[in-house]
Ligand binder design. Structure first.
Ligand SMILES: Nc1ncnc2c1ncn2[C@@H]1O[C@H](COP(=O)(O)OP(=O)(O)OP(=O)(O)O)[C@@H](O)[C@H]1O
Length: 242
C-alpha cells in the first residue's frame, strides 16, 4: 500500500516549548489512522507540525513522497492536506464565513477548482452530510455546533485532499450525532477514497472505524499498531503510564 504520509523522528513544539520527541508515524493510502492520548500529550501539535503550524526542530514530514517539512500551511494544503482544527466555533480557523450560507461557503472554498467540477464536488459533500443539503440556504452563523463541524469538514473535502486530518471532530456533540459523524468519516474514506488521520477523545468508537492507531503520551509514541489490538485495559495502562 502506498504511503500518503510519513513522519520521521519528528521533534517539534512552539518556540522553546518542546512538545514532540522523536515521533514516527505513517498513514497509508485508504487508511483511517487514529491518534489517541491524554490531554496535553501533543496530538494537536503533531497535526499542527504536519500542517506547517508548529515549529519543527528536526525530523521529516513526507507527503506522497515529497518532503514538506516546515512548509507553510497554504502550501501544505495545496499539496493535498485538509486540516479541520479543533473547535470550529472559531470561525477563523475553520474558514467558515458566518454571513454566508452553507452553499455560499462551499462555493467560497472552491477557488482554484475548475468551474464545471464545482457542483459535483458540492454534491459529494452533500452525499457525505445530507443535513448540509437541507441547510444549504442557512447562514453559517445560525448553524449548531455539529452542523458547523459538518460544514468545516465539507469545506476541507471541496479540494479533494489526499489526506484529511481531523482534530476531535465529535467533541461536544450529542451521542446520536457522534455515531453519525463516525459513519460519515468512514464514508469519506470508503466513497471518496481519502486517507484520514483522526484525533479523538472517544477512543472506543474511533478504534472501531480505525485501521491502525497510535497512542501519544507526553510527546512520545507509546503504542502503534492494529486498532483492534487496543482494548480498554491496554489503553488505560498506556494513558496512566503503568
Ligand atoms: N500555540 C501554542 N503555543 C505554545 N504551547 C502550546 C500551543 N498549543 C499547545 N501548546 C502546548 O503544547 C502541549 C501539547 O498540546 P496539544 O494541544 O498538542 O495536546 P493534545 O494532545 O492535542 O491535547 P488535548 O487532548 O487536550 O487537545 C500542551 O502543553 C499545550 O499547552
Amino acid at each position: 500500500m502506498a504511503e500518503v504520509l510519513r513522519v520521521e523522528k519528528l521533534e517539534a513544539g512552539y518556540g522553546k516549548f518542546h512538545v514532540l520527541f522523536g515521533i514516527d508515524l505513517v498513514v497509508k493510502s485508504g487508511e483511517i489512522v487514529v491518534l489517541l492520548g491524554p490531554n496535553g500529550a501533543g496530538k494537536s501539535t503533531l497535526l499542527n507540525s504536519i500542517a506547517g503550524m508548529a515549529d519543527v526542530y528536526s525530523g521529516r514530514v513526507v507527503l506522497l513522497g515529497r518532503d514538506i517539512t516546515g512548509r507553510p500551511p497554504h502550501e501544505v494544503m495545496k499539496m493535498g492536506v485538509a486540516y479541520v482544527m479543533q473547535s470550529p466555533n472559531n470561525f477563523g480557523t475553520a474558514n467558515i464565513f458566518g454571513e454566508l450560507t452553507v452553499y455560499e461557503n462551499l462555493i467560497a472554498a472552491s477557488a482554484g477548482i475548475p468551474g464545471k467540477e464545482v457542483e459535483g464536488r458540492i454534491e459529494e459533500v452533500f452525499n457525505i452530510f445530507p443535513k448540509l443539503k437541507e441547510l444549504r440556504n442557512r447562514k453559517a452563523k445560525f448553524l449548531s455546533g455539529g452542523e458547523r463541524q459538518m460544514l468545516a469538514i465539507g469545506l476541507g473535502l471541496m479540494k479533494k485532499p489526499k489526506l484529511l486530518m481531523l482534530d476531535e471532530p465529535t467533541s461536544g456533540l450529542a451521542p446520536k450525532l457522534v455515531s453519525d459523524f463516525f459513519s460519515a468519516i468512514r464514508d469519506i474514506r470508503d466513497k471518496l477514497g481519502i486517507s484520514i488521520l483522526l484525533v479523538e477523545q472517544n477512543a472506543r468508537k474511533a478504534l472501531e472505524i480505525g485501521d491502525r492507531a497510535y497512542v501519544l503520551v507526553t510527546g512520545r509514541v507509546k503504542f502503534s499498531g492494529n486498532a483492534k489490538l487496543l482494548d480498554e485495559g491496554k489503553l488505560a495502562e498506556l494513558f496512566l503510564g503503568r
